[in-house]
Every structure is written in C-alpha cells, then in structure tokens.
Write a protein that binds this ligand. Structure first.
Ligand code: HEM
Length: 222
C-alpha cells in the first residue's frame, strides 16, 4: 500500500512539475502573441527569433514537446488510478462527494486542450515546418504577423479557439493551484500563491481569446 501511495505521490509530483513548466510556456507564448495585436513589428522579430534560433529550435522545442507528452501520459495514468480507487475501500477517494466539478473533470478539459493543440499545430507548426524544410523557402522576418492574422479569418476557427481557451481556463483553475499542493508547498505564501494562480487562470485564456477575436475582426485587406 505504501508503494502505491508513494508512486501515486510521485506521479502527482511529475504531473505538477510538467504542468508548471507548461504554465511557464503559456506565459511566454502569450507575451509573444499579444504583440501581434499591439506591436506587429515586434511580433515579427520575436517570431523570427523563435523560429530560427538554434537553442529554441533544437533544445527548447523538444523539451516543450516532451513536457506536453509527459503531462498527457501522467494525466491519463492518474485518471485511471482515480477511477480504480473509487472502487477500493481502503484507498480513500475524496472525489464526487465534495470535490468541485472542475477538479473531477480535469481529464475532459485536458482532452479538449489536447484536441485544440492538434488543430493549433496543424495551423502554425506544420505550416512552419513546410515553409522551412519542405518548400525550403528563404528567411523572411516580416511574414509572421500576416500569416497569423490570416488564420483567424474563418469564423469557425476563431470560435473553436475561443471555446478551447475557456476549457483551458477551467483546466488551469484547478490544475495550476493544485500543482503547488502536489509539490508539498505549504507555507505563509500558500494563500497568496492560490490567489495568483486563480487570477492567471482567467486572465491568460481571456488574453488569448482577445488576440483571436481581435484578428478575426481586423482582417488584413490588400
Ligand atoms: C490566439 C492565441 C494563440 C496564437 C495566435 C498562437 C500562435 C502560435 C504561433 C504563431 C506559433 C508558432 C509556430 C512556429 O513558428 O513554430 C505557435 C506555436 C505553438 N503554440 Fe500557440 N498560439 C495561441 C495560443 C496557444 C495556446 C493557448 C496554447 C496551449 C494551450 C498554444 C500552444 C502552442 C504550442 C505548444 C506551440 C508549438 C511550440 C512552438 O513552436 O513554439 N498556443 N502558436
């Protein structure tokens, strides 16, 4: 039993650590993307840097992909473990009786975010790989803003993005706050950390939604 608990705690720790890493990614991703609304030239130069810097391309990007995969696989394992625990009397499942809806449905909000990532990678990353490695086109530091805005022309894609950001907010609402708990953080800053995570969970997805809606409403006309 102690083995089960230990490994369960270890899994939660890995889940929390990979989740925090992804939160950090979200913050940097948001910082770059918001410039597509307020400073298109900055967006172009930052995107160009991210697209061609070898450290970003060959170290940070693979680390990011590993982070997403670890978080996804651990999430599945924990979900299965929780489901099994519900049927086992000596492993106390604190679930449906008192846990809020969001925390019991992390797997579903997570799956929506994952499906969104599939579409998002198709929209941006596949295009980028094709530009650089399949078509072998020359570097063009001015192309990123227009390429991004054009993506939000279709109403359907903007709606899918905005709905996904709402689910991302729900996922973060529980996940970001509980990651500190899973890592055993419990000190005089705990309440402040919790407040910060809740604000972040709402503000960042709303910020992403504003970017998508802004570009949809302000298409590039030549
Ligand atoms: C309106 C909001 C968003 C915009 C405009 C946007 C835009 C972009 C762009 C331009 C890229 C660059 C692809 C490349 O050059 O390789 C990218 C990559 C990526 N985005 Fe987003 N993104 C948004 C929201 C999100 C959200 C909410 C997530 C996570 C839940 C996310 C996850 C990723 C990942 C994992 C990558 C691939 C990593 C990378 O190439 O840096 N994005 N996005």
């Amino acid at each position: 039993m102690s083995g089960l608990i230990k490994s369960s705690l270890a899994r939660k720790f890995v889940m929390a650590l990979s989740g925090l890493f992804l939160v950090f990614f979200l913050l940097q991703h948001f910082t770059i993307n918001i410039t597509s609304v307020v400073a298109p030239d900055t967006f172009n130069s930052w995107s160009h840097f991210m697209g061609y810097n070898p450290v970003v391309q060959y170290i940070l990007q693979p680390v990011l992909i590993a982070g997403v995969i670890i978080h996804f696989i651990m999430g599945f394992i924990l979900e299965i473990q929780n489901r099994n625990a519900r049927g086992v009397s000596y492993v106390k499942y604190k679930g449906s009786a008192n846990a809020p809806w969001v925390s019991r449905n992390m797997i579903y909000s997570g799956l929506v975010v994952l499906a969104f990532l599939g579409l998002h990678m198709y929209d941006f990353w596949v295009h980028e790989m094709s530009y650089k490695y399949v078509q072998g086109l020359a570097e063009d530091p001015t192309r990123y803003h227009e390429e991004t805005v054009v993506k939000f022309e279709p109403f359907w894609r903007t709606v899918i993005y905005v709905v996904s950001f709402a689910l991302l907010a729900l996922h973060l609402w529980h996940g970001f706050a509980s990651s500190f708990q899973s890592m055993g953080v419990n000190n005089k800053y705990t309440a402040a950390i919790k407040t910060f995570t809740k604000i972040f969970s709402v503000v960042i997805p709303i910020g992403f939604a504003i970017i998508a809606i802004y570009h949809h409403l302000n298409p590039i006309t030549h």
